[in-house]
Design a protein around this ligand. Structure first.
Ligand SMILES: NC(=O)c1ccc[n+]([C@@H]2O[C@H](COP(=O)([O-])OP(=O)(O)OC[C@H]3O[C@@H](n4cnc5c(N)ncnc54)[C@H](OP(=O)(O)O)[C@@H]3O)[C@@H](O)[C@H]2O)c1
Length: 298
């Protein structure tokens, strides 16, 4: 049995959908942990075992991991947590104990690129995510950390300014090349690892997208796909912090974002080698056509 956390989230819902599609008439038993089961569609609810609650709760994971062979693990964003330690490792600690208690053999977790780079220890949210990988690895399960660069899907947060002002904002230099990945590709990679559990030990699986792009490249591709000009506006780290604070996000999360963006500028995402195995297929152009354009037009 495979247990899937965050089945209502961006990646988790696509992991669940991919696995359900791979075995339309049965296949492996699936269980999801979900805070509000009513958020699942009837067709999904009919085909999975549902454990209600948060996967940060010891009683919930204790119930959910009984009889589990494999777990998809994702730490939910917690912008109001008092520290990143509490938000990431604190959230995962009960599950880590339950992996051992229930003899879970395989875990696939959503993590980030950056391990081994000089800035990995000062990279805010990424440093916290890498500590989660270490925590899970310390339990003795076979573990694969999906080492992701920034998500293409982050651009969806800017649909309003892209549509209304033709502006897309980020903190990198306009010509700085970096990898980026579609959450669909992360989910397909996770589903593959969860279904074929021939792997052992601990390792990371970079999911790097097909090419490096700069913010100016992204603005050009968005303009071409949307048929309307979109230009890149660089935001300072200080302005980023002030904007996030203005949205009501907590100090620890805001500092974690600022530190992560600074580390990205200093090479956090530059260590991954793109190979046929690590280059996930979805291009930014395809993502804009299939995901961004419908969102901008809706
Ligand atoms: N964005 C990036 O560029 C990037 C890069 C690398 C790694 N990451 C990592 O990717 C992850 C985010 O993935 P995503 O985009 O799929 O997330 P998402 O779409 O924001 O989904 C969040 C999920 O977490 C659930 N959730 C929220 N708070 C919860 C709580 N207290 N207890 C239990 N469940 C809770 C939500 O369920 P409800 O429906 O109940 O709210 C939802 O299913 C984070 O771990 C982040 O560090 C992000």
């Amino acid at each position: 049995m495979i247990v899937i956390t965050t089945p209502t989230g961006n990646i988790g819902s696509q992991v669940l959908g991919t696995i359900l599609d791979s075995a339309p008439s049965g296949g492996e038993k699936l269980r999801v942990i979900v805070r509000d089961p009513a958020k699942l569609s009837d067709s999904v609810r009919d085909r999975v075992d549902v454990v209600p609650g948060s996967h940060g709760d010891p009683d919930v994971v204790d119930r959910a991991f009984a009889g589990a062979d494999a777990v998809f693990w994702l730490v939910p964003p917690n912008p109001s947590a008092p520290s990143l330690e509490i938000a990431y490792c604190g959230f995962t600690r009960a599950a880590a104990q339950a992996f051992t208690a229930h003899g879970v053999e395989h875990v696939v977790g959503v993590s980030a690129l950056g391990r081994g780079t000089p800035v990995a220890g000062q990279a805010g949210l990424v440093t916290a995510a890498l500590a989660v990988d270490d925590l899970i690895a310390s339990t003795g399960v076979a573990y694969r950390a999906l080492a992701n660069p920034g998500f293409m899907d982050n651009v969806l947060r800017q649909v309003g300014s892209i549509r209304d002002d033709g502006v897309f904002t980020y903190t990198a230099a306009a010509d700085r090349l970096a990898p980026m990945v579609a959450t669909r590709d992360i989910a397909v990679t996770a589903a593959g690892l969860l279904l074929d559990r021939s792997w052992t030990g601990v390792g990371s699986v970079p999911v790097l997208g097909p090419e490096d792009l700069s913010p100016d490249d992204m603005a050009r591709i968005m303009s071409e796909v949307l048929g309307t000009p979109v230009r890149y506006e660089r935001q300072s780290l200080q302005d980023l912090g002030a904007t996030l604070t203005g949205y009501g996000l907590g100090d620890a999360f805001v500092q974690g974002m600022v530190d992560m963006m600074r580390a990205k500028d200093e090479g956090l995402d530059d260590g991954g080698q793109r190979t046929p195995q690590t280059a996930s297929p979805m291009t930014f152009r395809q993502w804009c056509a299939e995901v961004l354009a419908p969102a901008v037009l809706s």
